[in-house]
Write a new protein. Sequence first.
Length: 357
Amino acid sequence: MNKDLYEILGLSHDASENDIKKAFRKLSLKYHPDRQKDKSESEKKEAEEKFKEIAAAYSILSDPEKKEHYDRFGTVDENMMQGGFDFNDMFGDIGSVFERMFGRSNRQSQPQKGQSVQMQVPITIEDILNSKIDRDVKFDIKARCTECNGTGGNGIEVCPHCNGTGQIVESYRSGFSIIQNSHLCQHCNGTGKIIKNKCKKCNGTGFVNKEISVHLSVNYPRPGQTIKFPGKGYESKNPNLPNGDLVIELLYGYDTNKYKISPDNFGNMTIYEKVDVPYYDCILGTGKLIGSGTFKHKLANGKEVSVSIPKYSQEGQQIDIGSFNGLKYKLVIHVKLPTYINAKEKELIEQIKKENS
């Protein structure tokens, strides 16, 4: 290998063992063949060569004896390369890294508990004002097919392509190194089994959709809050294994441009509601002293309150309405300007402008 090994990994010659591991991890994931599926053939070929080059460089720099020899002489003794290089031995099973990224492992062929699922439920300002959610929520889960009992059909055989492992292992030589790479078996989709006669009800998946209902009861609900229902997630194909869990996340189910919810420095929550107020009311106010009195405003929970706009109110000015179930409620003034005025209004405004100038 004529190229500088440190340069291949994007490192300086004083790189630590941890630096070498991190660089290899990053580059091997980037150029891994499984991540090139959407690329052109030339790009796939280029990535494959790069991947081999990176792996070969790491095989030398990760071995203290080989690294010392390379650092001293700039080359690697061929006798030191005997035994090859196993991709799965790289810094403690890099296979686990790909498993986390791609969800692949030969453990896929083993029975697993049901999959946990997350569902999002919108909450309203009314829910928050009432400090309570108390309702049933329906959703679909993947349930074990009763027709085939989760097997997906009959005539099940061990996949001849991966010998039941769910993984295809490929080996190839790069210089003095032998590199092993594994990827999901496309013939059995990682299950390790092939079904000759697929179940018509579930089309060989072993699962069907099933609607279930859970009762959601939450005191003092807040957006972003999560509630866990153990055993209410997807069923397992194996009837002896438990279901997954259901996690419900509460989301904003209201107009976030109109309503804002914010805690103060003491953790007390305040609801801010933006209200449109005509510009003349912002100037004159709506107090009884000018004869117009207060106006009625309906809050998000349906409660009607009397509101008085102070004279010379400004954009963003807040009006304290009170507290409901421990929540402060404030109105935020939005000065509403007209999009059209008639001749009389224009004349009056021009007169005001003239007097003020």
